[in-house]
Design a protein around this ligand. Structure first.
Ligand code: ZN
Length: 133
């Protein structure tokens, strides 16, 4: 995706200064970048699903729950992300909760995923842990 295009995560920001900086920065020792909050991580993971970036998804998955590999479904077209609620998840918290609705199209049908996700911060980095609901 072009840096100047609208970010898939629905902030209304351009991709390069929204989720794009994490998608490139997470593995870049010269210009490292990692989300500072659980909700930023949530948004960047949604964008990574939309842009088919399994490497980023695995890197931001907590090692205790991370799958060994990730097969992204190319038939899913991610439409938008709505953040419903957040709890903690700030730069000085150890855990965070993000409730969201992600809408997508699949085989011409409108579908959605409503999830309450749990995040943990370790060594200054937020990770996706699991769905609690
Ligand atoms: Zn974004």
């Amino acid at each position: 995706m072009d840096k100047d295009e609208r970010c898939p995560c629905n902030t209304g920001e351009i991709y390069g200064s929204c989720c794009g900086r994490f998608h490139t920065g997470y593995s870049d020792p010269q210009a490292p970048a990692w989300p500072a909050t659980a909700v930023e991580l949530m948004r960047s993971r949604y964008s990574a699903f939309a842009l088919m970036l399994p490497g980023y998804l695995l890197a931001t998955w907590h090692p205790s729950t991370r799958p060994t590999e990730l097969d992204l479904d190319e038939t899913i077209v991610w439409k938008n992300l709505e953040i419903v609620r957040t709890e903690a998840g700030g730069p000085f918290d150890q855990t965070g909760i993000v409730e969201f609705v992600a809408r997508y199209g699949l085989l011409g049908q409108r579908e959605y995923q409503h999830e309450v996700s749990e995040f943990v911060r370790e060594d200054g980095r937020w990770y996706y842990l699991d769905a609690v609901e």
